[in-house]
Design a protein around this ligand. Structure first.
Ligand code: GRF
Length: 202
């Protein structure tokens, strides 16, 4: 069983998908949803699922923020041994020290087929580039922006009539599918990480 912390900043649809999925799985134990934005709509959704929520508002000093984060994770027993931290639309960079502490225990979902279109507005980047296929990626978090080892990806066709809104919608529904799958694999200890390469054990 893994203790899950979900970090959000906004809408929380991936968080909702994770909480729904976890409610049917004995191996995944969501213990805390943390938001850096007290106005995040996801906070109310988390409460409806009966999960504890904590607001850690942004601070300018990265170390101050990450210390608060560490204290909160400890409080809810999300440790580098038994825990998994899922970034789900969490709009904040974590410090290298923090990432080192939770090495290979932090994952993120990104709305593009990495390494294409990392960073902000990935769907807009895809539309403007004119790609015919896009998708989403679940990856481990390292010190770069959306650069960590790739766990799972899903592909979406970009049609001629697609715009940022329609593509985002198509990608989002895939996000909800692969994020929970990646967490399930992680909880089942089926993810084997060697450098950049992630292998999924059968
Ligand atoms: C998703 O598109 C995710 O890929 C990106 O931020 C968005 C968060 O959406 N990292 P939600 O808050 O999960 O609905």
């Amino acid at each position: 069983m893994i203790n899950l912390a979900i970090l959000i900043s906004g809408r929380g649809s991936n968080m909702r998908a994770i909480l729904k999925f976890a409610s049917k799985k004995k191996t995944i134990n969501p213990v805390i949803v943390i938001s850096n934005n007290h106005l995040a709509p996801g906070i109310k959704i988390a409460s409806k699922f009966g999960i504890q929520t904590e607001i850690i508002e942004n601070t300018k000093d990265q170390n101050v923020y990450d210390k608060k984060l560490l204290t909160t994770l400890k409080k809810y027993d999300v440790t580098p041994k038994n825990g998994l931290i899922c970034l789900a639309g969490f709009m904040r960079i974590l410090s290298n020290d923090f990432i080192k502490k939770y090495k290979n225990r932090i994952i993120n979902i990104h709305p593009s087929l990495l390494p294409a279109f990392h960073g902000l507005n990935a769907q807009k980047q895809a539309i403007q580039y004119g790609v015919k296929y896009s998708g989403c990626t679940v990856h481990l978090v390292d010190s770069g922006i959306d650069t960590g080892p790739i766990i799972l990806q899903a592909i979406t066709k970009v049609d001629e009539h697609d715009n940022i809104v329609s593509l985002s919608k198509k990608i989002l529904s895939k996000e909800h599918q692969i994020y929970v799958r990646a967490i399930e694999l992680f909880a089942a200890k089926k993810i084997c990480i060697k450098g950049r390469i992630v292998k999924i054990n059968k």
